[in-house]
Design a protein around this ligand. Sequence first.
Ligand code: 5GP
Ligand code: ZN
Length: 138
Amino acid sequence: MHDENCIFCKIVQGLIPSSKIYEDGSSLAFLDIAPFTKGHTIVIPKEHYMNMLDFPEKEMTAYFSAVKNVTIKIKEKLGADGINIMQNNFKAAGQVVNHLHFHVIPRWENDRAFPIRVKKLNLTKEELSEILLKINAP
Ligand code: 5GP
Ligand code: ZN
């Protein structure tokens, strides 16, 4: 199923151009139009799902092997020192395109593209317990 208002569905259908680097029966990968680093790639299922929460489990194996194949290809062909794999769900977490996608981002030592280490919270034992109780509540 495609969503007629979705930019990634349009890419799948060939209605708008993309720089494809990988394709199989159910997944597609293309270069990000506004990359964090040279080789930053978007991997999508060809079907339209908004994000991880509505992605059917039966599709996961095929999709995750596409993500892995792309990761290997980018690491080897571009000689990356490392790879970040990122995935955003909902606006509050930075999702802009509402079609499930993973970002595969090649990194090089000292590329300074974006910081890996971000400011961490320093929570008390009580605060950790409160969170644990909420998450594990029936
Ligand atoms: P999000 O913030 O939703 O996780 O990431 C969406 C990504 O899609 C962004 O990094 C953005 O640059 C990329 N993007 C948005 N529109 C297009 C497009 O038309 N073509 C390509 N190749 N990438 C796009
Ligand atoms: Zn879509």
